[in-house]
Design a protein around this ligand. Structure first.
Ligand code: AMP
Ligand code: ZN
Length: 455
């Protein structure tokens, strides 16, 4: 069945054709690890996970790379302000590397809890300084760079396709007139390498042909994606905020350095999670982390289900009430699914409808409604195997037999106990088991996972 994807480059749905038959390379812009990833950030990784699962479902061999930005991302995307990691390290009185490792570890746990498949390759910006310098050298040799007092910049006026991804109107963005651009020649020019400025002490800085400093944010993605996926690859994903600056700049660097057009064939962007109509963002406190939702009695998969109720290209309004409805739907779904007997058949009719929804640019709300139609259809055969197949894409662990309808209070304690076990705090985990028992529920830890039942 053909898979159609909406390509931001060109703004239309296209039939997906990989560069190499049977194989797909995906680069997903990863986190800047100076703080916890909030549920808005995580929505964008649930989207890339669904994309990956659909490609796997289609039988492709997939290689997904996620980068970790542990240097160079300034507080403003336009090369101004402080390096986010350096700032956090100073505020928390810690080493930059410890800050990055700490938040990366939590991010990985969040992904695991959300049943997001790990990427095939993680890559950190600080571990690829050499590759970034080499790439800047290529751009320099080809005449795309210039030097200012604070760094080496990419001259965007030399790349005529500069605005193609974001449909930017370049006229009027040039330097001069009423726009102040400092020493930059064009407003859209961006830093490839920034010099360390004295007297400010940086923890993370490196020698380079241009002087001691650190790489700009965008160059890491061009350098690492080409290292692990080649100079041209299939799919690049990220949040919609990346379209006008970060991804536009990645394209400029890569197409100018490697000479391949298009550098990436399909650009997919996830829309924002909103709260009261506004983008959830770290600068505004980030709303909630996954652990905070768990403390409120939700499971990470409730949040995953919630995200699947909207198309990835539609903004999604978050509220605890909406999340609660998602939670109740998931509980109902799992309770029904757990009563279904295993059999060897597939329900071809429902599976076909499901497949045409997921292949239509990841229409997950439609796919979920087909799953509901299947479980509600009393005459439908082959339910178990069909749900099992659908769940390869949904990733909701629908057939895991641990979910029973239980009060919020118990769910909160069960989640806390799971967290305690993950942290190897067995004393706390045992105490919580006792408490749960007093409230009339028993927990068994079996080799197939945790089982909960009424006493
Ligand atoms: P950051 O750690 O800030 O670099 O962001 C990590 C990812 O989260 C990027 O792909 C962003 O585009 C994405 N992102 C940031 N805020 C939101 C939001 N409110 N909703 C969805 N995705 C977001
Ligand atoms: Zn990136």
């Amino acid at each position: 069945m053909t898979l159609k994807l909406y390509n931001t480059l060109g703004r239309k749905k296209q039939v997906f054709k990989p560069i190499i038959k049977g194989y797909v390379g995906i680069y997903t812009c990863g986190p800047t690890v100076y703080w916890y990833q909030h549920i808005g950030n995580l929505r964008s990784y649930i989207f890339s996970d669904i994309l990956k699962r659909i490609l796997l479902y289609q039988g492709y061999k997939v290689k997904q790379v996620i980068n970790v930005t542990d240097v160079g991302h300034l507080t403003s995307d336009a090369d101004e302000g402080e390096d986010k990691i350096e700032k956090a390290a100073r505020n928390e009185g810690k080493k930059a590397i410890d800050i990055a490792d700490f938040y990366l570890k939590i991010f990985k746990e969040d992904l695991d809890n959300l049943n997001i498949i790990e990427p095939d390759k993680w890559c950190k910006a600080t571990e690829h300084i050499k590759e970034q310098i080499e790439l800047i050298k290529i751009l320099e040799k080809k005449g795309f760079t210039y030097k200012t007092s604070d760094g080496i910049y990419f001259n965007t006026s030399k790349f005529k396709d500069y605005g193609k991804l974001a449909l930017l109107k370049i006229k009027g963005l040039e330097a001069g007139k009423r726009i102040s651009v400092g020493e930059k020649r064009n407003k859209t020019d961006f830093a490839l390498w920034k010099f360390s400025e004295k007297p400010e002490e940086r923890q993370q800085e490196w020698d380079s042909p241009w002087g001691v400093g650190f790489p700009g944010w965008h160059i890491e993605c061009s350098a690492m994606s080409s290292k692990y996926l080649g100079e041209q690859f299939d799919i690049h994903t990220g949040g919609e905020d990346h379209i006008p600056v970060h991804h536009t700049n990645e394209i400029a660097q890569s197409e100018c350095a490697f000479g391949k057009k298009p550098w990436v064939k399909y650009w997919l962007h996830g829309a924002f999670l909103l709260f009261k109509g506004e983008k959830v963002s770290k600068s505004k406190g980030g709303l909630y982390t996954i652990s905070e939702l768990v403390e409120k009695g939700f499971s990470p998969l409730d949040y995953r289900y919630f995200c699947l109720t909207a198309h990835y290209r539609s903004q999604l309004e978050f509220s605890l009430e909406n999340l609660n409805s998602a939670k109740n739907s998931l509980i109902r779904l799992k309770n029904i699914a757990s009563d279904i007997k295993d059999d060897d058949n597939i329900n071809k009719k429902y599976l076909k409808e499901f497949e045409s929804s997921i292949n239509d640019d990841l229409n997950m709300p439609k796919a979920l409604s087909i799953l509901w139609n299947l479980v509600r259809d009393e005459k439908a055969k082959g339910k178990y195997k069909t749900i099992e197949k659908m769940d390869c894409v949904l990733g909701l662990k629908l057939l895991e037999k641990k979910s029973i309808e239980m009060p919020q209070e118990i769910q909160t304690l069960v989640n806390e106990r799971e967290q305690a076990r993950k942290n190897k705090d067995f004393k706390k985990s045992d105490d919580l088991r006792e408490k749960i028992k007093e409230l009339g529920y028993k927990i068994d830890d079996t080799k197939d996972g945790m089982k909960i039942g009424k006493i």
